[in-house]
Design a protein around this ligand. Structure first.
Ligand code: NA7
Length: 532
């Protein structure tokens, strides 16, 4: 058996989080090994190559801010960057900071075990590589494990099968084909208009109609870019004060939707519809806390759908009946318009679910839909999925899966009691997916780097949360979510999209206070943590 190769730190994942972590740890003089399943850097943006994949946070806000020169030199072509451009950016960063030489590509981590004797982590990969390191940092992403629903006959389908989260690198040409799409989440809503351009027939199998607001994407406004670049630090700082760490140019109105007149409301909603995408939810301060206020926004969007989709029977089926913003609001380009095209068909699974997949296509409601290709746009085992797929064991061999049997438990979303020196970048219990991911990633990486540096300088070996601090934090995360409408639907934030997953609201609602809290905790000598 090969010996364990020794590093100061092992980082799992080479997306935005893993790359910056590597950069920071190197600056501290640590030896680092990064392990990445993909054959290149990019994480989410490496895997999600489906047509139309695009970020819902503006490009000017979605890059790293740790390096002012990088920030100045890169130029985005659109208001919202598409996947190929974001991947180019990440590759550029990897080259610029010479990061690739420490990354092992095409390799998955099978296990990470804490060794009580040496206080080190022992990490073993699917290619038999063995690493031993003082720090083990999970940069495994929040949406990196695709879910394939358990539909009988799925493996008998004779045509090609795809998942939006695992799209072939060479792309797919659906020209002339009969294509079925299962799901109407963000990935489906972005890709359906483009697939419809190619396919001869497109069947959309919809279980839950979704809220979507046009992204209002456009070529980059060069004047705005110049303005932002002239004061980038200030622009970033203002974004950091927003509840979601983006969009400071369009702050949320503090007014109540319930107190406005009908005419005022229409104007305000229309203005935010024109701003586009996630900014729609900034129209009023109470949209995500008051069900009545929320319903007014829902009805505005439903009216938009009714006005866009010409066939009233189809538009009726597309009307969402839940809480807007409870699932992440989708940002589209021509989604509802696509249903006016004669070769695009909506199949409502609420009338009757998919019975089975056959070699020829999908059977639903006693009808067969013959297909040449089948696209699963069925989402991810979010936030905990990637961690659950690694055999992670802490002190005394206790498995993380056991500790998290009833849902993830962390302190600050950064660490787990009993798992010393294991860090989870944008882990469950941190603001992560409710914010601009780039902002939260950098904040976590900076905090972890400072922590590692503090440990080394003070000669301490390990850090982990005290159980009481972790318990209190988990309660606090739940309490914050409970004050909003985020628990009023079956979202992946709650794990509700994965059968059998404990229903726990995973991200932390409380940005930017969270950042101040992390900093204070460090200043007070890592309050709530214990050292070894
Ligand atoms: P989502 O948002 O989780 O959407 C998945 C979609 O797939 C959703 O419409 C689901 O319907 C549908 N789905 C899942 N399983 C089935 C089955 N068995 N039958 C029919 N339909 C099914 O994933 P996305 O990839 O679109 O987006 C994830 C995030 O990426 C997004 O929020 C952005 O932050 C970026 P359901 O609603 O569960 O009824």
């Amino acid at each position: 058996m090969t010996a364990f190769e020794r590093y100061d730190a092992v980082v799992v994942g080479a997306g935005f989080a893993g790359l910056y972590m590597l950069h920071r740890l190197r600056k501290l003089g640590l030896s680092v090994r990064v392990i990445e399943a993909g054959t290149d850097v990019g994480g989410t943006w490496y895997w999600n190559r489906y047509p139309g994949a695009r970020c819902d946070v503006e490009s000017l806000e979605y890059g790293y801010q740790f390096d002012p020169e990088l920030q100045q030199s890169w130029s985005w072509s659109e208001r919202y960057a598409a996947q190929p451009e974001i991947l180019d950016y990440i590759r550029h960063v990897a080259d610029r900071f010479d990061l690739r030489r420490d990354i092992m590509f095409g390799t998955r981590v099978d296990s990470a075990h804490f060794d009580d004797g040496s206080n080190d982590w022992r990490v073993i990969t699917d290619r038999g590589a063995r690493y031993q390191a003082r720090f083990c940092i999970m940069a495994t992403g929040c949406l990196s494990v695709p879910t394939w629903p358990d539909i009988s006959g799925a493996d008998t389908f004779a045509g090609e099968t795809y998942h939006t989260g695992r799209w072939p690198h060479e792309g797919v040409d659906f020209t002339g084909q009969r294509v079925g799409v299962i799901g109407t989440g963000s990935s489906a809503i972005q890709s359906i208009p483009i697939m419809a351009d190619q396919a001869a027939e497109l069947f959309v199998f919809q279980r839950t109609p979704n809220f979507s607001v046009p992204a209002q994407n456009e070529p980059m406004d060069r004047e705005l870019e110049a303005l932002v670049k002239a004061n980038y630090a200030d622009f970033r700082a203002r974004n950091g004060q927003m509840q979601s760490a983006f969009g400071a140019r369009h702050p949320r109105s503090e007014a109540s939707a319930l107190e406005a007149t009908e005419a005022e409301r229409q104007r305000q909603f229309e203005h935010h519809w024109q701003l586009g995408g996630l900014l729609f939810l900034r129209a009023y301060g109470d949209l995500l806390v008051n069900p009545e206020a929320n319903e007014l926004a829902c009805e505005f969007i439903r009216d938009k759908i009714r006005s866009i989709v010409r066939d009233p029977q189809v538009s009726e089926k597309l009307l969402p009946d839940s809480v807007v913003g409870c699932k992440r609001l989708c940002a589209d380009t021509g989604y509802f318009e696509t249903f006016n095209r004669p070769h695009v068909h909506l199949v409502d699974l609420r009338e009757s679910p998919i019975e089975c997949i056959t070699p020829e296509g999908i059977r639903q409601g006693g009808q067969d839909y013959p297909l040449d290709a089948l696209v699963f746009a069925t989402g991810f085992d979010a936030m905990t999925g990637a961690l659950a797929r690694i055999d992670i064991r802490g002190r005394k061999g206790v498995a993380l899966s056991e500790r998290w049997e009833d849902g993830p438990k962390t302190y600050l979303g950064l660490q787990v009691a009993g798992f010393p020196n294991l860090f989870t970048i944008t882990g469950p219990g941190s603001p992560s997916v409710l914010t601009n991911m780039l902002y939260s990633i950098e904040q976590h990486v900076d905090w972890i780097s400072d922590c590692v540096d503090d440990l080394r300088r003070t000669g301490l070996t390990t850090i982990e949360p005290a159980v009481e601090a972790e318990t209190a934090w988990v309660e606090h995360v739940n309490e914050m979510a409970g004050m909003t409408l985020f628990t009023h639907c079956n979202s992946w934030y709650l794990g509700a999209n994965v059968p059998g997953k404990p229903r726990v609201f995973m991200p932390y609602l409380g940005f930017p206070e969270y950042v101040a809290r992390c900093n204070e905790i460090r200043e007070r000598g890592y309050e709530g943590f214990v050292f070894g």
